[in-house]
Design a binder for this molecule. Structure first.
Ligand code: PGA
Length: 264
């Protein structure tokens, strides 16, 4: 079984004091429920990445951390942006890119995401690329084309080795946030199957199978087990349901009890 990536981005939430309170809660609640087949990851706002990463290390918690965005250039006159080397020196090893909130509100394009992927890899960071279809694209029946296109552009120019460092998160826009409707496991599985086929066509069957495909969008305690039970879903990228450490740990516990231990 592939190690399941289960993580959360806090988006623009949790100033440092709240971030550290979350860490304190995690340090007591995660160890009793964690399993080696789960790889936790956390994506705080920029100001909390270094202290959260240091805290996790000091407490021997085997968790990865990442940033929510990164500029594709090495350095320069980009007021308000942050570079790969700045992220790398926080101790983070992941960098999220292409979330629909960034594509929508900050005009992040597929071409820019491809540049970011290359820059991140050059700096030893693993890109976590979000892709997703809108409600209209779903209604028009073009979800598969939409997300396969986004993924192929994001991965353009990568070797199979580099592609294996990259994580893809399918996050249907219609499923994200308070007003979202979670994808059913069948809906998610159909898209993940199409993504897997595209990855195998690009990199060969064996390599394509090794690239992690995460699902995100209204993941919660009720749907987490059904989602990870799908063959091509290798992890969960969670928002609101994991913003309390207790909520995050409850999801990990449920996945371990009702999926991992049963599958072994
Ligand atoms: P949500 O957010 O779980 O709160 O729907 C998911 C996301 O935006 O990644």
């Amino acid at each position: 079984m592939k190690r399941l990536m289960i993580g959360t981005s806090w988006k623009m939430n949790k100033p440092l004091s709240q971030a550290m309170a979350w860490c304190d809660a995690l340090a007591t609640q995660l160890p009793p429920v964690l399993h080696p087949a789960v790889q936790p990851f956390f994506i705080p706002p920029f100001t909390a990445i270094a202290p959260v990463t240091a805290f996790l290390k000091a407490h021997n918690l085997p968790c990865l951390t990442g940033a929510q965005n990164m500029h594709q250039d090495e350095a320069g006159a980009w007021t308000g942006e942050i570079s790969a080397s700045m992220i790398a020196e926080t101790g983070a090893t992941l960098v999220e890119m292409g979330h629909s909130e960034r594509r929508g509100a900050f005009n992040e394009t597929d071409a820019a995401i491809n540049d970011k992927v290359h820059t991140a890899l050059r700096h030893g960071l693993r890109p976590l690329v979000c892709i997703g279809d809108s409600g209209d694209e779903k209604r028009w029946g073009v979800s598969v084309e939409t997300v396969v296109r986004q993924m192929k552009i994001a991965l353009y120019g990568l070797s199979a080795e580099q592609a294996k460092q990259t994580l893809i998160a399918y996050e249907p826009i219609w499923a994200i946030g308070e007003h979202g409707t979670p994808a059913t496991p069948e809906q998610a599985a159909e898209i993940h199957q199409a993504l897997r086929s595209a990855l195998c066509a690009l990199y060969g069957r064996e390599e394509g199978q090794q690239i992690s495909l995460l699902y995100g969008g209204s993941v919660n305690l009720q749907n987490c087990v059904e989602l990870v039970s799908e063959d091509n879903i290798d992890g969960l990228f969670i928002g609101r349901s994991a913003w309390e450490a207790a909520g995050y740990c409850a999801i990990v516990q449920r996945v371990v009890q009702d999926f991992i231990t049963k599958a072994q």
